[in-house]
Design a protein around this ligand. Structure first.
Ligand SMILES: Cc1cc2nc3c(=O)[nH]c(=O)nc-3n(C[C@H](O)[C@H](O)[C@H](O)COP(=O)(O)O)c2cc1C
Length: 157
């Protein structure tokens, strides 16, 4: 966060959070490196969502969220937390290029349902700065809240 803040002050226009680099793995039978595509999994966007939520309106730069965004619903979540755009790779390899138009349709349908006309109508709506009632949702205090309200969430069993 500190680095992002400094880069923002230096005039960086936008940040991609987070890129995933190719990382090696090792096969212990053949004792050699395994090369693989290193796809992310659907839902791996939680860290990206948290950082978008924390940074929105705290920096001038735009946020492009990446990592584990597979569907239109995922993209909407990231934009609600504060992203101006999303970057997708793994879902295109796994689900095919047609996934782009599926995601676009899903986003358009949702916007129509909610009567939103542009990204600005909902971008950052659930960012930390907008959550006057519960800004701690993006902080570690969320664990305390979760445990205190465990019955509400998980029921009595
Ligand atoms: C097959 C593959 C190739 C990639 N190539 C690049 C690349 O050339 N440069 C780069 O910065 N990131 C590259 N990435 C990382 C993506 O830009 C992105 O950060 C990452 O895949 C996370 O998003 P995803 O969950 O949609 O895959 C690649 C990812 C994959 C899976």
């Amino acid at each position: 966060m500190n680095l992002i803040k400094k880069l923002d002050k230096a005039g960086v226009d936008s940040f991609v959070l987070f890129n995933s680099f190719f990382q090696p793995d090792i096969d212990i039978v053949y004792e050699k490196h395994i090369k693989k595509y290193n796809f992310s999994n659907h839902g791996d966007y939680k860290k990206s969502l948290r950082f978008a939520g924390l940074l929105y309106q705290n920096i001038k730069a735009d946020i492009c969220s990446s990592h584990g965004i597979f569907t239109g619903a995922d993209a909407i979540k990231l934009m609600l937390s504060g992203a101006s755009s999303v970057q997708v790779v793994s879902t295109l390899y796994i689900n095919g290029i047609s996934q782009i138009s599926k995601m676009k349709t899903e986003i358009e349908d949702w916007m129509e349902l909610k009567n939103y006309h542009s990204l600005d109508d909902f971008k950052g709506k659930l960012s930390k700065n907008k959550l006057n009632k519960n800004p701690f949702v993006y902080k570690r205090a969320q664990y305390v809240d979760l445990i205190l309200n465990a019955e509400d969430i998980f029921g009595n069993n």
